[in-house]
Design a protein around this ligand. Sequence first.
Ligand SMILES: Cc1ncc(COP(=O)(O)O)c(C=O)c1O
Length: 379
Amino acid sequence: MGESRRLLSFSAGPALWPDTVLESVSEGLLPSAGGGLSVLEWSHRGEAYGRLHQRALERLRRLLGVEPSHEVLLLPGGATQQFAMVPANLRPPGGSADYLVTGHWARRASEYAARTGAINVVASSEDEGFSRIPPPERWRLDPRAAYFHLTTNNTIAGTQLHRLPRREAVPLVADVSSDVLLRDLPVANFDLLYAGAQKNLGPAGLAVVVIRRSLIEALAHGPEGVLGYRDHARSGSRLNTPPTALVFLLERMLAWIEAEGGREEMVRRARARAALVYDALDRHPDVYRLSVRREDRSVANVVFGLHSAEEERAFLAAAAAEGMVGLAGHRSVGGLRASLYAAMPVAGARRLAALIDAFAHRHRGAKNVSAPAPGGEGA
Ligand SMILES: Cc1ncc(COP(=O)(O)O)c(C=O)c1O
């Protein structure tokens, strides 16, 4: 790697990678590490790739606590592809599916399902700008639904479903892209879980799917081949050429997570990071705006703002001057957002908290003497 300054990324994904993983990836790509061939050149049907593929699956099983009742799949296409695969596989012709609409991605998932069949919106907080999770007393579940889909963490709104529903008669499906490994997820409670890997697990363009084996057996009406869970499961996620390079990257990231202490340690760090950043913001209510209801705050994505776009630009400039990037809110909502995924060191959150404090003090000082905002003219 060159001499350029290492930046600390708070991006919502693709997210920060630990330097040690980047080094292990660089070395691992070389032919000398791969028996004379780069891992990129390995045959996807060969033994060496088979071992790597298996290792990635086993690490996921251990990290997520997946019981033999469930299958783990590695599928190309990211989380959005799952928006389409879930209804295609799980909803029979003429059937309907339940969707809890708690944010942009939850709505997108419901829109995908609505293109090809009936859905029931269980509850939505869109009218409140997705600033809260609709209370369970307001959910209108359909007891005949083919499945109930929810999003455990809303990456753009910065809310998290802290109280997960218990699985009852209807299969429970969840998009866990942004908080997988950042919370204790009762995997056995779900019939299908999926996560785009680019936030907490590594590379973009790959989805991890955990699906109940008895559900796969029951997918008589679902599509065959690459669009069907059944055939992917039967082939051990090697139905066609799998994204071998992405699986290699995933395996390296998972190895790091296990070496760092696994899920328990990831959950501990997630809480520590979120506490640092929220506490700093809460110390300065005159400077920072937090519109998310306190009980629904996300440990993965801290969404906040200042009192004008100019002040927000000044904050971004002050962060960039200290090597912290990726803090602008999603383009659909603006404001600011700090994404605190698995690879973010607690020390990184501490650096951001220090900036939040320092910026607030400078901001107040500047206001008192009516000097320009820190960072110059506010871009
Ligand atoms: C919760 C959630 N679901 C789905 C997606 C879409 O993921 P992908 O771009 O991998 O399709 C995102 C992207 O940020 C997300 O945050």
